[in-house]
Design a protein around this ligand. Structure first.
Ligand code: ATP
Ligand code: MG
Length: 416
């Protein structure tokens, strides 16, 4: 089964928006065992959208069109699909009722052009909308005597993803005669490079390649961690999960110390959970990250039972005055140690975590850009470490957040 992708939108061509939809679609089609061999971008022009659909359908069994389903005059995907199917667009009363009701329930005036979104090509099936106002479409079409299919989904990424997962992927898998279940699990790691992880997992990957199932993929995701994703295929969900359990354990045998979370769990939530389980509170002192660690931690619901607060001690004399850091170089392990103790004391926390470093563009205190000093004071001992992080200023700051939290995580695990 081959399903190509057409992303519609002039803004995609002008570089005003990056076509992340096609990337996401490519990833999820592959994970479902469907080939996606061509992905194109086309502007909001009826003739060119029609031409793109025709040429893609000449080679593929199916095509997903994203974008151009909205209510305005430049949203032309419905018209293009009707033209390729060789049918009329007619008003779908059910869709019209949903759209009208959506406006009424919000007490908002509905411009007449919103009903454009209720126009459906004859013979197409509607994918009911749950988030935006535009429904998706499943449109069978016969090309040179072969039955193929076009799927239209909205351009807004979260609407597109929800609809593809709910309706498009299941429909594609049904058409390809695939009745199996695909399940995946992502182990999030930190502390080893992608190539380093790859090297250590080489023998395991060779065994997986031989078995053909599950598959393993690496995905570097910045301060979300370096992800190792297992994707298993089996006749039932239980069987797929059992395969994932088996290989999850195998991966952890090799690189388990680096695994900090699974699937959507983040480093922040993992650290908060560890501290909560131990009944510990946390106080922060941030210099190089200027509050980013606190920002990430407080984004997790329920962080307040662990996080006491944060002192953004950016200027050196704030470190000296508020945190009792001895005068001297402020990018150093001893400064990080003093900052951690100072934060612990000043914020009345069980554990103090401190970050000081050089984000650039210039070096500081003779320390090169990318230097990060982390300190952890747990009330008994003070641990410090110097990391050398890659990247320009913003990337370095983001890496600092996950690196420092991982350092704390490792202390907590080691103290078991
Ligand atoms: P709506 O019904 O909400 O108007 P639509 O189907 O008309 O959706 P577009 O108008 O093409 O979709 O795009 C809406 C927004 O979705 C764009 O402004 C952009 O932010 C985002 N978007 C569209 N296409 C893509 C894409 N290929 N990749 C990432 N984002 C996209
Ligand atoms: Mg639109």
């Amino acid at each position: 089964m081959r399903c190509d992708v057409v992303a519609v939108g002039t803004e995609l061509l002008l570089g005003q928006i990056v076509d992340t939809n096609s990337a996401w679609l490519g990833e999820h089609l592959a994970a479902n065992g469907i080939d996606s061999l061509l992905q194109v971008k086309v502007g909001d022009n009826l003739g060119r959208v029609v031409a793109s659909l025709r040429s893609t359908l000449a080679a593929a069994d199916a095509v997903i069109v994203c974008g151009g389903l909205g209510p305005t005059h430049d949203d032309l995907t419905r018209e293009a699909i009707a033209e390729v199917m060789g049918v009329q667009l007619v008003l779908d009363d059910d869709v019209a009722a949903v759209i009208t009701g959506m406006f009424e329930s919000r007490g908002r005036y509905m411009a007449a052009n919103n009903l454009r979104q209720a126009m459906v090509p004859v013979g197409a099936e509607v994918i009911p909308q749950t988030r935006g106002t535009a429904p998706g479409l499943i449109c069978p079409v016969v090309v040179d005597g072969v039955e193929k299919v076009m799927y239209a989904v909205p351009g807004v990424p979260h609407e597109m993803k929800e609809m593809v997962e709910r309706a498009v992927l299941p429909d594609l898998r049904r058409r390809s005669g695939d009745t199996g279940v695909i399940a995946s699990r992502t182990l999030r790691t930190w502390g080893e490079s992608e190539s380093g992880l790859n090297e250590r997992l080489d023998p395991l990957i060779a065994r997986l390649d031989e078995a053909g199932n599950p598959t393993l993929a690496f995905l570097a995701s910045g301060w979300e961690g370096l992800k190792v994703r297992l994707t298993a295929k089996a006749p039932t969900r239980e069987a797929a999960e059992a395969l994932l359990d088996k290989w999850d354990a195998e991966v952890r045998l090799v690189v388990g110390e680096h695994v900090f979370a699974v699937d959507d769990e983040t480093m922040e939530s993992a650290v908060l959970a560890l501290m909560r389980a131990r009944g510990l509170t946390l106080g922060l002192a941030e210099s190089v990250t200027g509050g980013l660690v606190a920002g990430r931690l407080t984004a997790v619901p329920g962080a307040s039972d662990v996080l006491r607060g944060c002192i953004v001690s950016y200027a050196s004399d704030v470190k000296f005055d508020l945190l009792d850091v001895p005068e001297g170089p402020v990018v150093s392990e001893s400064a990080a140690a003093a900052m951690a103790s100072g934060a612990r004391r000043a914020l009345g926390a069980d554990v103090g975590l401190a970050l000081t470093g050089v984000a650039g563009p210039a070096e500081q205190d003779g320390m090169p850009v990318g230097t990060l000093c982390v300190g952890v004071d747990d009330g008994t001992t003070v641990a410090t470490h110097v990391f050398r992080l890659p990247g320009q200023r913003e990337q370095m700051r983001q890496m600092s957040v996950i690196t420092a939290l991982d350092y704390l995580r490792r202390q907590l695990v080691a103290a078991e």
